[in-house]
Design a protein around this ligand. Structure first.
Ligand code: SIN
Length: 520
């Protein structure tokens, strides 16, 4: 049966509209305007353009900016958090580029918090020796998302299409990427894919995966619902190398809500301002685990919390922010204050907040070179959480991810501009996609499997059990004749889950976020 699809062609297609995707588009458009090149850029988002993890980031952006601080100190903190599994060359390159990237954000109009003397109000988070986190109260990501979307809208060379799900990517012998996308989908609409009317065929010369994380593979995550590991599966099918997929970071402090799947993040910046963790008996337990106490790197804090939870048979510990002044809470944490009140009836100025660790960030991902180019796949880039750049090692230092996204966006844009010479023609060629086969997978089963067998503390027996269970489920699942986007995502989540178990079983030592009780 003939595919009824519209054909679109661009020099560059960027999948994802969080910080990484938006910044890549802006740097490309700026460079093209400067060199008088006619480069067409398509930004595609699966949901609304602002439905991204970036939009919900609370903490901030790490970049050295004060006299007491130094690149060496930021490098040391990054390596210490990453348990030395980082790529030192990349760590230095990112950290030294960070202050200039902040100037780009300022040039694009970002409004971050300042002190009364007009200098930027830098704060501290776990694992940082010095205050170097640039922020906008407790909603930095929202400001960042709005600033970048506004800047994108100033370029005619950038087209942004929302609610458009990319469901297939192939590359032909000439090096052109062929992308199949479904526009204006609704989550439960089903597609007899070979006759779908709202299917778009997009071609491009350079492709950027800025698809974000994979948090939906776990029962509880701070990620948004779009975070289903799409880029991981696309890249893998195109021949990319996946690295350290089991280095999944759990954020120590999400708001605990009994019988709720909701996972509202309580920023680490609250601990940076002096909030402390207490166990169910009210004991300030972190000094027993690490000299940096509540401000230790998050792998250490998450494991300590799990230990306290196990010992006390409770379901949570407390975050005590009652020592902070009311004015500090109101000025720096207004959203957390109001959400805790609304969701749990807690006045954080007077009451301790029940918290629990939840999935937060994929430290591993698609292996890229120092320009964000996917190793082994020409003209394919992975920027942001989807990528494994070498910066984070075995555990990402708080607030290092937004800065990583910006600087790699810049370097990838430079490399793409070099590849797109003045007369690069738009790719237009006939192409027949392979059929998309979607298996019927139970999302809850996948999430239970990952949460039970690949959580903060793992055992080899559990990992084998999880791997075998998911592999069998996937092998035996029926292929759907008609499928919805949600079902397509469920299939993806199962594939990502299997890859996480596979990677975890290949690890040989405990480092950073990876902790197998059998190795101790
Ligand atoms: C936070 O605000 O605690 C999260 C920041 C981050 O994950 O880098």
């Amino acid at each position: 049966m003939q595919m009824q699809s519209h054909l679109l062609s661009y020099h560059v297609v960027i999948i994802g509209t969080g910080l990484a995707g938006l910044a890549t588009a802006i740097y490309l458009a700026e460079a093209a305007a400067l060199s008088n090149q006619n480069i067409s850029i398509l930004l595609v988002s699966k949901a609304a353009a602002s439905d991204t993890n970036t939009n919900w980031a609370q903490g901030g952006i790490a970049a050295v900016a004060s006299d007491e601080d130094s690149f060496e100190a930021h490098i040391l903190d990054t390596l210490d958090a990453g348990a030395g599994k980082n790529d030192l060359h990349i760590v230095r390159k990112v950290i030294e580029a960070a202050p200039d990237a902040m100037q780009d954000l300022i040039r694009w109009g970002i409004d971050l918090d300042k002190k009364v003397d007009g200098t930027y109000d830098l704060v501290k988070e776990g694992g940082h020796q010095f205050s170097r986190i640039w922020h906008k109260a407790d909603s930095t990501g929202h400001t960042l998302q709005a600033t970048l979307m506004h800047r994108v809208s100033q370029f005619k060379s950038i087209i942004c299409i929302e609610n458009t799900a990319i469901v297939q990517i192939e590359k032909d012998a000439q090096g052109t990427f062929h992308i199949q996308a479904i526009s204006n989908h609704t989550s439960d609409q089903t597609y007899p894919i070979l006759t779908v009317k709202n299917c778009i065929h997009i071609q491009c010369a350079q492709l950027v995966l800025a698809t974000g994380g994979l948090g939906m593979v776990y029962e509880k995550t701070t990620n948004q619902s779009i975070a289903t590991g799409d880029g991981i599966v696309f890249a893998s099918k195109l021949g990319a190398i996946l690295k350290d997929l089991s280095f999944v970071q759990f954020h120590p402090t999400a708001l605990y809500e009994a019988n709720q799947s909701g996972t509202y993040l309580i920023t680490e910046a609250l601990r940076g301002e002096g909030a402390i963790l207490r166990n169910i008996e009210g004991v300030d337990f972190m000094p027993q685990y690490d000299a940096r106490a509540s401000l230790a790197p998050r792998d250490i804090v998450s494991r300590a919390i799990m230990c306290e939870i196990k010992k006390s048979k409770s379901e949570y510990v407390y975050l005590d922010a009652t020592g902070l002044s009311v004015s500090t809470i109101q000025k720096h944490f207004p959203n957390i204050q109001s959400v805790c009140q609304q969701k749990s009836g807690i006045d954080i100025c007077k009451q301790w907040i029940p918290v629990v660790p939840v999935e937060h960030y994929a430290c591993g991902g698609v292996q890229v070179d120092e320009f964000g180019g996917v190793v082994g796949v020409e003209a394919l880039y992975a920027i942001g959480e989807v990528a494994s750049t070498g910066l984070h090692g075995a555990n990402r230092l708080a607030s290092n991810s937004l800065i990583e996204g910006i600087v790699f966006a810049k370097w990838a844009a430079i490399k793409m501009m070099n590849a797109l010479s003045h007369d690069t023609a738009l790719p237009i060629s006939a192409y027949h996609f392979k059929p998309i086969l979607v298996k019927k997978i139970d999302r809850t089963l996948v999430q239970n499997c990952l949460s039970n067998y690949a959580g903060i503390e793992k055992t080899t027996a559990d990992l084998i059990k999880g791997f075998n269970e998911l592999s069998q489920v996937y092998q035996e699942a029926n292929t759907l004749k008609h499928w919805s986007l949600k079902e397509w995502e469920n299939d993806l989540l199962c594939q990502v889950g299997i890859l996480i178990f596979k990677d975890a079983l290949a690890q040989t030592e405990n480092k950073g976020v990876f902790f197998n009780l059998d190795f101790d």
